[in-house]
Design a protein around this ligand. Structure first.
Ligand code: ZN
Ligand code: ZN
Length: 313
């Protein structure tokens, strides 16, 4: 996992895979991918184009953009990848719950124009706005003068979240750092925290599937919800994020074993938020490209098996 992927466009290329789903960009037969990235369309600080240029500098062969509750950045990221000779996978990250446990579900290869996906994401974004208003109201009750509009202006996206409130508190001079803002006000059960409405894991998985995507359990090592995996598999889960910045090598190994046991696809990514959480993480988790090829094969086989939707969904 620590070998740099280089020279993808330097000429010498293997005969390559026989199944090439993209006519204009033959996928590389090797290299590495980072399939968990956030842009300024949610709580990352890099634009999609900046993410892609970092990805190219790290020699990545493929990336996915997985902004929270939005696919808005995917078109721009896709164009930038095309220009840079990288493969792009559209994605999003949904917050869900199963039996009271919070889970993040990544959706890969979703159709970013799917009307049901877009309308549901718009609903999730409205819930996010409402939550910002609630947290700001709680801050105001604590005599912290902050306006929701200041948070929205700073977020400048449709998926504002707690990191944006934290940044607004730092900008207003209330807190010295984002960590302090979370510790004093915004962490769960701190005085300005407001609960987040979550959809069930089943709803998240169905939404991703209806948009033609694959549903993957994000950073399972952070959620300590291994006991939920059989239920998620029954609900249609396709894969599990074995490699993540916060997974130790033994944690990754553990989830690789679970992936094999439950016949789940393996993914991995850095969960880079740009500069908002210290140094940018993009490229620090390198998923071998063969895993991307397996994801693509699954999407392709599902596409040919799924009967056409009747009467809309
Ligand atoms: Zn997450
Ligand atoms: Zn994430």
């Amino acid at each position: 996992m620590n070998q740099e992927a280089r020279g993808q466009s330097s000429g010498a290329r293997d005969p390559g895979p026989t199944e090439s789903p993209s006519p204009d960009l033959p996928p590389p037969a090797s290299g590495f991918a980072d399939l968990h990235l956030h842009s300024s369309f949610s709580d990352g600080t890099y634009s999609p184009e900046e993410l892609v240029s970092h990805a190219a500098r790290h020699g990545l062969a493929a990336i996915a953009l997985t902004d929270h509750d939005t696919v808005e950045g995917c078109e721009r990221a896709g164009l930038a990848c095309k220009a840079a000779g990288l493969e792009f996978i559209s994605g999003t990250e949904l917050t869900a719950e199963q039996n009271g446990n919070e889970l993040h579900i990544l959706g890969y290869f979703v159709d970013i124009r799917n009307s049901r996906l877009l309308s549901d994401l718009a609903e999730f974004q409205a819930v996010r706005h409402k939550r910002i208003h609630e947290m700001v109201a709680r801050l105001n009750e604590l005599n912290v003068p902050l306006e929701a509009e200041a948070v929205f202006a700073l977020a400048n996206c449709r998926s504002p979240g707690r990191p944006h409130v934290a940044r607004a508190l730092v900008n207003a001079g209330v807190c010295g750092s984002m960590d302090e803002a979370f510790d004093r006000f915004l962490k769960k059960n701190r005085p300005a925290w407001a609960p987040k409405m979550k959809i069930s894991a089943q709803v998240a998985i169905d939404l991703i599937h209806r948009a033609g995507g694959l549903a993957v359990m994000a950073h399972p090592g952070l959620n300590r919800s291994d006991h939920e995996i059989p239920g998620l598999v029954k609900a249609g889960l396709d894969g599990i994020e074995c490699f993540h910045t916060k997974h130790s090598s033994s944690t990754s190994e553990h989830y690789l074993q679970l992936a094999a046991q439950f016949h789940l696809l393996v993914t991995g990514g850095s969960d880079c938020h740009g500069l908002s959480k210290g140094k940018p993480l993009i490229g620090t988790v390198k998923l071998p490209y063969e895993n991307v090829a397996r994801l693509k094969a699954r999407v392709a086989s599902r596409g040919s098996r799924t009967p056409p939707a009747v009467g809309g969904d």
